[in-house]
Structures are given as structure tokens and as C-alpha cells.
Design a protein around this ligand. Structure first.
Ligand code: ATP
Length: 252
């Protein structure tokens, strides 16, 4: 459902994403795991069609997002890492605005908006300006906005940041149900536990490349022979096993 071929992004001489190939089929929840600056957000923004690759292609449901962006984006819901909403719109107006971008309006969409606001426990704030929303409420509104047009694919950057435990659980259940029904989710995370609990397969991204990928058990199989934990494997692949000395900053 999502196919990346030699996906590359350069900023001047710096290569942020370096020829990534990846296939995520229908019904799969796939995780990108990697340290700060590895290239996860850059990849996700290219997959969502909001950042132009230097080279390589992104196909969503067989559609090249650069060649036929509107068709590809109609199938896709994108949840960015920072919840951007228009402060002077109410929650209800924001979702109506997003629906209108997809050419949707009328009573069916009004019902859809109400059901999403209900799901994310935002219904009492439907008529309030989003400038009064907390960070987590904005995040939930953005997630509702990504679902309003019933996408087949969800691309999401660090979904759990800022959510309380109940909302985080709701999102986990929602993504699982979404893929069980044939949807596809590609998400980035820093958190090994989240990747482990939520994802069918993961890729460890480091310096713009996929350093390892597979199911958790496949990755574990790679590590067990060496007696390493998954965290050890992650740190080894991403250069984090060389921990800095702390005494210089902590000594009086
Ligand atoms: P984090 O986990 O910290 O969010 P990430 O894996 O999402 O990191 P990216 O945001 O994709 O990492 O950044 C990858 C690299 O590309 C970083 O070195 C970053 O400085 C660089 N980069 C990203 N955007 C730009 C830009 N607009 N101009 C120059 N360099 C950029």
C-alpha cells in the first residue's frame, strides 16, 4: 500500500534520507524507530506529500504522490508531530474546514465530525476556539482531522507525544482496529516499548538509512545469538552504545 523506492532527500550537501526502499502492505502497522536526526520526520513528510524528494518515489495505493498528488492524498491521513490548528477556528469549524479540503460537506460530514469529536472526548469543546485547547486536545483534534475523510493509509509522526494514558490507549486500539480492517499505518516513534507493543514490523533508521528491519521476533532472532536485548541492538546500530562520560558535567 505504501512503497518507497530509493527515497532520498538532500539539503545542500547533507543527505537527510539516503535511498530508502520500503514496502508496507495493507493491514500492517509499520514503525520507524531511530535516534534524533535520523531522518524519520523527513521521510514521513515526503510520504505524506508535503516535502518534495530530491530523488526516488513514493507510491500510495499504487499512485505516485508526486505525479498524482490529489489522488494519492485523498487516500491518506497525515498526523504531524506538532499539532498545528488555526487558533481562531472552533474544533467543529476546523474539522469542517479539513473535510471541505477533501470536497466533503453536508449532513453526513456533520455526523462524521460529531462522531470523531465524541470518540476523542472533545464534543463538549466543539464550539470553543482551538486557542483554548490544551496540547493534548489539539493533538486529538489533528488526529480526528486526519480521519475525517476515511483514509486507507495513516502516516503519523510520534503519535503518542502529549497524550494522556487513556488517549494513548484509544489511539493504540484505533490503529490496531484500522489495520485489522485492511488499513495501513506508518508511524515514527522514539519509544522502543511503543514500537514493540504496537507495530507488526519496524525499521531502525540511522543516518537516513534503514539499518535493520523486520518483525520484533526477527529482530530479536538477530540479537539473541549475541545475547543482546532489542535496546542493545538499537543502540549498537545507531552508535548509542558509546555513552558519553557524565562526570565532567556532574562533578562540582
Ligand atoms: P527527531 O527524532 O529528532 O524528530 P528525525 O529522525 O525525525 O529526528 P529529521 O527531522 O528527519 O529527523 O531530520 C533529519 C536530518 O535532516 C537532521 O540532521 C536535520 O537537521 C536535517 N534537516 C531536516 N530538515 C532540514 C532542513 N529544512 N534544512 C536542513 N536540514 C534539515
Amino acid at each position: 500500500m505504501i512503497r518507497l523506492q530509493a527515497l532520498t532527500k538532500r539539503y545542500g550537501k547533507f543527505t537527510a534520507v539516503d535511498g530508502i526502499d520500503l514496502d508496507v502492505p495493507r493491514g500492517e502497522l509499520f514503525g520507524l524507530l531511530g535516534p534524533n536526526g535520523a531522518g524519520k520526520t523527513t521521510s514521513i513528510r515526503m510520504i505524506a506529500g508535503i516535502l518534495r524528494p530530491t530523488s526516488g518515489t513514493v507510491m500510495v495505493g499504487g499512485i505516485d504522490i508526486q505525479a498524482r498528488p490529489l489522488e494519492a492524498k485523498a487516500r491518506l491521513g497525515y498526523i504531524p508531530d506538532r499539532p498545528f490548528v488555526y487558533d481562531k477556528l472552533t474544533g467543529g469549524e476546523f474539522l469542517r474546514f479539513v473535510a471541505a479540503l477533501y470536497g466533503m460537506q453536508g449532513p453526513a460530514i456533520e455526523r462524521r465530525i460529531d462522531e470523531l469529536l465524541e470518540l476523542f472526548e472533545l464534543a463538549p469543546w466543539k464550539g470553543e476556539l482551538t486557542e483554548t485547547y490544551s496540547h493534548g486536545m489539539r493533538q486529538k483534534l489533528i488526529i480526528a482531522g486526519a480521519l475525517v475523510h476515511r483514509p486507507e493509509v495513516i502516516v503519523v509522526d510520534e503519535p503518542m507525544v502529549g497524550l494522556d494514558p487513556k488517549s494513548a490507549r484509544l489511539l493504540k486500539d484505533l490503529f490496531r482496529e484500522f489495520v485489522t480492517r485492511g488499513g495501513t499505518v506508518l508511524m515514527s516513534t522514539h519509544t522502543m516499548e511503543i514500537a514493540e507493543v504496537m507495530c507488526d514490523r519496524i525499521a531502525i533508521v540511522y543516518r537516513g538509512r534503514i539499518a535493520a528491519h523486520g518483525t520484533m521476533s526477527e529482530l530479536r532472532a538477530q540479537t539473541s545469538s549475541e545475547g543482546m536485548s532489542l535496546e542493545d541492538l538499537f543502540l549498537k546500530l545507531t552508535g548509542g552504545h558509546q555513552m558519553p562520560r557524565l562526570d565532567t558535567v556532574l562533578d562540582a
